[in-house]
Design a protein around this ligand. Structure first.
Ligand code: FES
Ligand code: FES
Length: 278
């Protein structure tokens, strides 16, 4: 039985959630994917969701009334102002921006869509990746004024009706992130990659471009090459590749939990994350 938590600073709801988190023996959490996912789902319920949902862009949790926020964050010191009208995650927006303002700063500073991250601001890390008219772009190198009449999609726009995009769900299943800073850009890039492959677009390492039209599968080398513009300082690369491979193939990909040699576990799940019958 779990001891009652006495901390007077906790609300009743927080106490209850913490008790639920403590109710399960956590010794196997890092060794077995199912327990870990259960832990993660509880953590999300307990407020870790604030981080996870921002990283993964759950629109229901962070639904923005962008128009209202434009009022709340009026521009200051605009020089050479230009009015730009475009769609952001399906919503039509029209706002005045400095002609030198990047799309990244416009999204973050003016529209309060802070999922896209500023890693380097020099086009080198991919953390700011968004999609413009269905193509991935580095928003730190894209002027907002150049997006006139275009459709911009950010990480906040991929979850629909409270349901994560399959690649977002696969990132959770495969532990495709640690600190999560690169994750919005990785997911935007991964979704664009999947669309590019479905359209038959080749990469520098495609061995035979004649196969692209009929090739829904990609080798890990292909995925790595196509994701090479997105840097992850935490080194979650193998799990990012696994998540993309799973969504691309539509088949479950084994999860690898590599800890100490005696605790290394491989769990083969179906694509929904349930244990595969053997
Ligand atoms: Fe745009 Fe690094 S912030 S590439
Ligand atoms: Fe930390 Fe990629 S998860 S930088």
């Amino acid at each position: 039985m779990t001891e009652e938590i006495q901390d007077p600073d906790l609300t009743a709801d927080e106490k209850q959630l913490l008790e639920e988190l403590m109710a399960e023996d956590g010794s196997g959490l890092s060794e077995f994917g199912l327990q870990r996912r259960h832990f993660l789902s509880q953590l999300i319920g307990a407020g870790g969701a604030l981080l996870a949902f921002q990283l993964l862009g759950d629109q229901s949790a962070f639904a923005h009334s962008i128009g209202a926020e434009l009022e709340a964050y009026p521009p200051e010191h605009i020089v050479n102002g230009v009015t730009v009208s475009f769609k952001v995650n399906g919503q039509s927006k029209s706002l005045e921006v400095d002609s030198r303002m990047t799309l990244l700063d416009t999204l973050r500073e003016r529209l309060q869509l802070t999922g896209s991250k500023k890693g380097c601001d020099h086009g080198q890390c991919g953390a700011c990746t968004v999609m413009v008219d269905g193509r991935r772009v580095l928003s730190c190198l894209t002027l907002a004024a150049s997006c006139e009449g275009k459709a911009v999609q950010t990480i906040e726009g991929f979850a629909k009706a409270g349901k994560l995009h399959p690649l977002q769900a696969a990132f959770i299943k495969h532990d495709g992130f640690q600190c999560g800073f690169c994750t919005p850009g990785q997911i935007c890039s991964g979704i664009a990659l999947i669309n590019e492959v479905k359209k038959g677009e080749a990469s520098y390492v495609t061995a035979d471009i004649r196969t692209m039209g009929q090739l829904p599968q990609l080798s890990d080398d292909e995925i790595k090459e196509r994701m090479s513009g997105n840097i992850c300082r935490c080194g979650a690369y193998p799990n990012i590749v696994a998540a993309i491979r799973e969504v691309l193939s539509g088949k479950g990909v084994a999860q690898h939990w590599l800890l100490t040699p005696e605790h290394s576990v491989q769990v083969v799940n179906n694509i929904e994350g349930n244990p595969k019958e053997s």
